[in-house]
Write a protein that binds this ligand. Structure first.
Ligand code: NAD
Ligand code: GLY
Length: 353
């Protein structure tokens, strides 16, 4: 088992162990001995695959288990689903000493985390991520949210979980496109600040993912501990995301988040070389890495449209946008950039001029 301790406004452990899901109940009760009831939250796909194993384990540890299941997909990450979850928590009379168990990908984790942060002004949330993206990114660090019609993640709270349990065996049932999405986020950690991870990723890791997942979680832990509320270093996690948000929006979300992050990382690397900020060997390295993990590399949109779409993003601050740019293999930096330069930056990165 790999264990990573996160010391943020709450300290907790991320435990990573193949086959750990059936031990969920015992782990939760040792963490929260006063808990009597839990709300097991999952989406319809995950509930069908793993709901029974999780419920049996929680019941076996003496907990009364209620279930809340919603249709899988980003379209469910809404205030309406959140409100239905709040109501289910109230109907089940969950108290301050009880907990939500979030069994699923980032959608389940973000929604459950926000419900836990707000119901009774805050109850415990235990994250059990079932996608690669959720294991290496969304389950750790305390960002919780729902989407609004005006944009993704516009309403949420910083609220750290009480613990995270990753069982990489569940990744075997992931559709290949969802797995590749997670690989884009794994690769991102390498280019942000982990040259050793870039070396490890030269071999596919799907058969034995624990070490790679743990490495990514440690990287995330480091930025979250340095900047829990996302005012500085945590923005490094947005490598590839300025371009990605534009690509997702322009494609009407037919290009997935991970695919868009992949293209966005390559745009950032090429753009940084043209700006004279990045070693020239980085773009080819990024391109080969993305191809190895079956991720796209071509930007199908033109630079002006990309800039306009990127600038409607909530992360823009004043007349500047903070770009995350690789400087050399395994190191990235934050570069505040005037918004007028963004279209030229995307064009330099390979978007159509
Ligand atoms: P997701 O939760 O929608 O899961 C993707 C698909 O995989 C869904 O259809 C789901 O039902 C299915 N699935 C999940 N686990 C499975 C399994 N083990 N086997 C088979 N199918 C499975 O998407 P995601 O990529 O996990 O997360 C994306 C969300 O995460 C977005 O809403 C994004 O905003 C959020 N996010 C949050 C943070 C954060 O820091 N909080 C970071 C990154 C992303
Ligand atoms: N995934 C971005 C963050 O946690 O800050």
């Amino acid at each position: 088992m790999e264990t990573v301790t996160v010391k943020a406004s709450r300290s907790y452990q991320v435990e990573i162990e193949g086959g750990a899901l059936p031990t969920l109940g015992a782990r939760l009760t040792s963490l929260l001995p006063r808990a009597k009831q839990v709300m097991l939250v999952s989406d319809s796909t995950v509930a069908a695959l793993y709901g029974e194993i999780a419920e049996t384990s929680l019941c076996g540890a003496g907990l009364q288990v209620h279930r809340f299941v919603f249709p899988s997909g980003e379209a469910s990450k809404t205030p309406a689903t959140l409100c239905a979850l709040w109501c289910a928590l109230a109907e089940a009379s969950l108290s301050r000493t009880d907990a939500i168990v979030a069994l699923g990908g980032g959608v389940v984790g973000d929604l459950s985390g926000f419900a836990a942060a707000t119901y009774l002004r805050g109850i415990a949330c235990y994250q059990v991520p079932t996608t690669l993206l959720a294991m290496v990114d969304s389950s750790v660090g305390g960002k919780t949210a729902v989407d609004l019609p005006a944009g993704k993640n516009l309403c949420g709270a910083f609220s750290q979980p009480v613990g995270v349990l990753c069982d990489p065996q569940v990744l075997k049932t992931l559709p290949s496109r969802v797995y590749a999405d997670g690989c884009a986020e794994v690769i991102k950690y390498g280019y942000i600040g982990d040259p050793t991870l870039l070396k490890m990723l030269e071999q596919p890791f799907a058969e034995a993912p624990e070490a790679v997942i743990a490495r990514c979680v440690r990287s995330k832990r480091d930025v979250v501990e340095a900047d829990e509320h996302d005012n500085g270093a945590r923005q490094l996690l947005n490598l590839g995301h300025t371009g990605a948000h534009a690509i997702e929006r322009l494609s009407n979300f037919s290009i997935s988040h991970g695919e868009a992050v992949a293209i966005g990382m390559l745009l950032a690397a090429r753009g940084a070389v043209v700006k004279g900020l990045c070693a020239p060997d980085v773009p080819a390295h990024v391109e080969a890495m993305l191809q190895r993990y079956h991720l796209p590399t071509e930007c199908p949109f033109d630079a002006d449209a990309m800039a306009e779409a990127a600038l409607s993003d909530k992360k823009r601050r004043g007349g500047e946008i903070t770009l995350v740019l690789p400087r050399k293999l395994g190191e990235s930096v934050l570069v505040p950039t005037p918004v007028e330069e963004l279209a030229a930056f995307f064009a330099a990165g390979g978007a159509k001029a």
